[in-house]
Design a protein around this ligand. Sequence first.
Ligand code: HEM
Length: 461
Amino acid sequence: MHPDLGRDSPRPIPELPGGTPLLGHLSAMAAAPHLFPVRALAAHGGLAAWRVGPRRVVAVGRADLARHVLVTAADRYPRGAVNRNLGTVIGDGLLATEGEPWLARRRALQPAFRPDRLHALAAATHAVMDEVLARWQVGEVLDALTEARRIAIRVIGRALLSLDIDEARGAAFTAAVQQSLLHLSRRNWSLLRLPLWVPTPLHRALLGTRRTLDDFVGAVIDARLADPGAAPDDMLAAIMAGRGHLSRAALVNETKTLFVAGFETTATALTWLFHLLARHPGWAASLGEEARALGRPPGLSDLRQLPRIAATVEEAMRLYPPVYNMGREAAQDDLLDGHAVPEGVTVLVSILAIHRDPAAFEEAARFRPERFLGEGAAARRALLPYAWGRHQCIGNHFADLELALVLARIVGARRLLPVEEGEVGLLGRTTLVPDRPIRLKVAPLARGGGAPLARGEVPPA
Ligand code: HEM
């Protein structure tokens, strides 16, 4: 029992009305796992409880409560079934583990993510963007999500493994990962969770994806183990050279984890960035000026000179956090703002609800990137696209850099115009994706917009 529990009589967490006796709010959660918690939390002051099948869920939609769960009292809220489930496909890597095994791995991998190691990423991003911008013909209509996925898979392929993942392989790979993540999220909420060895079509698909990933990553790792001297200077090399001397199996699992964790999230963030550029042409033009004022494609050390671009990335992820929910398990009784959290419940942190909380962000539903400029530090107190605490995303600097560089390259060379007007809604899949295709037309820079940024140069790190 939590020591504070004896002192005051804790209040119960507000219980969401409705739901059916057997399923609780399962069907509403399955239909809209992103919006159902946001609405429930808005109606109950940022803290609410409901049942999903046999499981009790306590949802949190306020920054102070999320900080308690993820940082201050993180020992009481380890990761639970959702993350363990991920391990089905990506193995016992950083995303699927907890406690001592997780900590040892995190320490082993951290050096590969130090900011000074990100030069390989900057070079990879520029090489990919050179090709992308050469391909984007003026007048062409693009599908935002498809383009974003193409960019993200090629960048991570190069930065992590020095592999150029071609279109066909990239598409097959992406489809396999997408499918399995979708199946996994269904399995998470399912009432009947059979063991994986039961040969259902779903389990066969999951194991098939695992094999595809294992074969792909395993072949790269075997080649490196066979001839360590020939390894290129990329993130995998940094991981293999780092502390901890990971076994082959551990290397395979961590590499799969980084690939899966780093690809879909970044692709989603890029999709929304493209959308916002098209919907806010005046702001996009001002970003173009900022990018061109640098006089060269930006490198790692230039980000501080691109405050508007950095603020745009932050605002895009505030409005559209790729990871919209996070799951934890209450390992013991606790108190959340005077409310009793019983041991064993699933705690859902709704990043989307926190980012759209009007008490934390003025005009929370509007795209206002200036909130992160100048006095912007205050706005950052409720910003957690990469989570907070011990499990904060290990790839946060990686993603920030990639997103800023892609954005700078695009606004420095082209305009993206919306093809269809009208609202674009949200869909809660593995990440938060648009509810319909976003088509964008490639246009030249406006007259007076200056010369496009030079292509082909890899800037200094
Ligand atoms: C916009 C892009 C990204 C977003 C929004 C994002 C978001 C997140 C979030 C919210 C978590 C915490 C999950 C939890 O604890 O339940 C996380 C963890 C993680 N992310 Fe990211 N991520 C992004 C990009 C990346 C990239 C590029 C990589 C690797 C190359 C990566 C690798 C990881 C790993 C390994 C973890 C587990 C960390 C740990 O528990 O120690 N992510 N990410």
